[in-house]
Design a protein around this ligand. Structure first.
Ligand SMILES: Cc1ncc(COP(=O)(O)O)c(C=O)c1O
Length: 394
């Protein structure tokens, strides 16, 4: 077999989601895209702000020599400078261009940070429910991804994380607002997390880094997202404009390292090198220049708020329980059947596509991605109601 053992194993273990995705495509081919309510993928359909197109055109017209050429692996200096200034303005930090590496999306940033930080055999921790891809990202660099359950209200369980930290722990990943729960971790929890990481790092004799994953920071419904930089010095925040500006296909994001992180200068040097040796080399040149001029822009969150309200009204009417999202465009819903995979199948019978909570390490729940047209949301009401009624009778 030509395919590596590890990737062969991934292909079979990730088959549930792949199957759902493929069945969704088959359903659309059979009944027409309009007959299927696809809430499976977090691919934002709200258009980027109008300024994006204008600035993209202007930047595409620039004809300076080397405008599309290689650059420092960390990205253009003026772009990093613009990013650092915005973080400082919003999060009260004291960063400059040296603390920022521009990356190919948040996924690229996480891979760069992990490659720079972990040794084979290390562990990286997170609370569930958590984003599917972290395990792959950690294993790319020889580390294991270890999860502990979050609290029933979807807050972090700091005590459970503390108990899981050992001399093998390289980092803890914190994703807020959270995919899939939509939870913003409160400041008190994060302060507690910072204190715990200091104490446990001393106890195990190694600095445990805090890796923030924040692509949804700007998609919130009134609550503030507290800064991780304020709670712990050994912090690297990874993020992107995939959701903030609806640009997931453009692969543009960054990582920022706390000024006082242990070995911060060397860590930043390492991250720039890892951007290169992972084959990214640098984030796309044209997009760097565009986003440098869009620092204060974001998609219209009111659109997501309307969709969230429309979706929760449908769920309320049908009798579903769910976690009210404070941010993101996901709704995490309790499955009326114990087996969430079975219930997701039942929804598929109603031509509604969702993702089982087991895929996020949180069985018994399922995720709705409401970054989809309001007409699709309205159309799904009957199917959600029928699936609930059938499950209640089951
Ligand atoms: C929690 C989380 N982290 C990271 C990513 C990856 O983002 P990007 O497309 O910028 O790599 C996603 C994408 O859906 C996500 O939901």
């Amino acid at each position: 077999m030509a395919i590596s053992n590890r990737v062969s194993a991934y292909l079979s273990t990730s088959s549930a989601i792949r199957r759902m995705f493929e069945e969704g495509l088959a359903l659309k081919a059979r009944f027409g895209a309009d007959a299927v309510c696809d809430f499976s993928i977090g691919n934002p359909d709200v258009p980027p702000p109008a300024a994006f197109r204008r600035i993209l055109r202007e930047e595409a017209a620039v004809e300076e020599p080397q405008v599309h050429g290689y650059m420092p692996n960390a990205g253009h200096l003026f772009v990093r400078d613009a990013i650092a200034r915005r973080i400082n303005a919003l999060q009260g930090t004291d960063l400059d261009s040296r603390h920022v590496v521009v990356t190919c999306g948040a996924g690229g940033a996480l891979n760069v940070a992990l490659k720079a930080l972990v040794n084979p055999g290390d562990e990286v921790l997170a609370c569930t429910p958590s984003f599917l891809e972290y395990r792959f990202y950690c294993e790319n660099h020889g580390a294991s991804f270890v999860t502990v359950p979050g609290r029933p209200d979807f807050d972090l369980d700091v005590d459970a994380l503390a108990a899981a930290i050992s001399e093998r722990t390289a980092a803890v990943i914190v994703n807020s607002p959270n995919n899939p729960s939509g939870r913003i971790y409160p400041e008190s929890t994060l302060r507690n997390l910072g204190r715990m990481l200091q104490a446990r790092s001393s106890a195990v004799g190694r600095t445990v880094y805090l890796l923030g994953d924040e692509p949804y920071r700007d998609i919130t419904y009134g609550d503030r997202v507290p800064s991780l930089f304020a709670v712990y010095p050994h912090t690297v925040v990874c993020t992107s404009w995939s959701k903030t500006l609806s640009l997931p296909g453009e692969r543009i994001g960054f990582l920022a390292v706390h000024r006082e992180a242990e070995d911060s200068a060397r860590l930043l040097e390492a991250c720039a090198l890892c951007n290169r040796i992972l084959g990214f080399v640098n984030a796309p040149a044209l997009m760097q220049r565009v986003i440098a001029r869009l620092q204060d822009e974001a998609v219209d969150v009111e659109v997501y708020r309307r969709r969230r309200d429309a979706m929760t009204a449908i769920l309320d009417a049908a009798g579903y329980a769910y976690a009210a999202p404070q941010g993101t465009f996901y709704l995490f819903v309790r499955s009326p059947l114990v087996n969430d995979v079975d219930f997701v199948d039942r929804l598929k019978d109603e031509r509604i596509l969702t993702v089982p909570g087991s895929a996020f390490g949180w069985p018994g729940w399922f995720r709705i991605a409401y970054c989809t047209d309001e007409a699709v949301i309205a159309r799904s009401a009957d199917g959600f109601e029928k699936a609930m009624r059938k499950a209640a009778g089951a």
